[in-house]
Design a binder for this molecule. Structure first.
Ligand code: BTN
Length: 237
């Protein structure tokens, strides 16, 4: 696919940069990569902070040809692309619905998908060379350096993820079954006891897999619930 890289030493948030570019007519395939972000954003209004040189932070502009109702599937597509891209570097990455990437139960990458009127920004942050996480994250975060003992160069990681992204982006429509199958194989939550917060409040139960629309299934005492959108999802202790 024809990606165009726009490298910035420092910026606020690469997701904002891509959105700005999209609004002024940039075409799909623009990738803004930043050495450092002053205002990197995570989901749920959290900050995304990564020491320069140790993390890969980039955002990709997509203009999907599929109807907007299918765009939420891009979360799964991006998660799968990142997991597969990371595997190239000798790990076994799992996807944590909807789109964190985990290794051994710890988060190695986060994805922030933001849709505009006629475009989608897929923002990806990957812990590559981080070896010292702040105390708050130490138990729940990991990096390629920690998993492999040696961190690959950032451009190599970028290339391996970008290689997989168009593959799965192309499967949010008619071929969604294939995407689902691969996502299910890598799902870190299935079979585990989880707790999550959704519109109906806090739910706890066993993650029972991914439904045919890409939703998370959770087995509660009241039966199987289909979760389309959730705040924090945690493994229950
Ligand atoms: C999350 O786990 O909550 C999502 C984190 C997404 C971070 C990436 S880094 C590149 C892009 N720019 C941002 O401001 N956020 C995303």
């Amino acid at each position: 696919a024809g990606f165009r890289l726009d490298f910035r030493e420092s910026t606020g948030s690469t997701n904002d940069d891509v959105r700005e570019a999209a609004r002024t007519g940039a075409s799909a395939g623009l990738v803004v990569v930043a050495e450092r972000q002053q205002a990197g954003r995570g989901r749920r209004g959290a900050a995304w902070i990564c020491p320069p040189g140790e993390g890969l932070a980039f955002s990709v502009l997509l203009r999907p040809s599929e109807p907007k109702s299918l765009w939420p599937r891009l979360s799964l597509a991006a998660g799968l692309a990142v997991a597969e891209g990371l595997d190239r570097h000798g790990v076994a990455a799992e996807v944590k619905w909807p789109n964190d990437v985990w290794i051994g139960g710890k988060k190695i990458a986060g994805i922030l998908v933001e849709a505009g009127e006629d475009f989608v920004t897929v923002g990806i942050g990957i812990n590559v060379g981080v070896t010292n996480f702040p105390e708050m994250l130490a138990a729940s975060a990991t990096s390629l350096a920690l998993e492999c003992g040696d961190a690959p160069e950032l451009p190599l990681v970028l290339a391996s993820v970008l290689e997989r992204l168009p593959v799965w982006e192309a499967k949010i429509g008619a071929d969604f079954d294939e995407l689902l199958r691969r996502f299910r194989e890598r799902c870190a939550l299935t079979g585990k006891q989880i707790r999550l917060t959704c519109a109906d409040g806090v739910l706890a139960g066993e993650a029972a897999g991914i439904g045919d629309g890409g939703e998370l299934l959770i087995r509660t005492p009241e039966g199987i619930r289909r979760i389309v959108q959730a705040e924090e999802i945690r493994l229950a202790e």
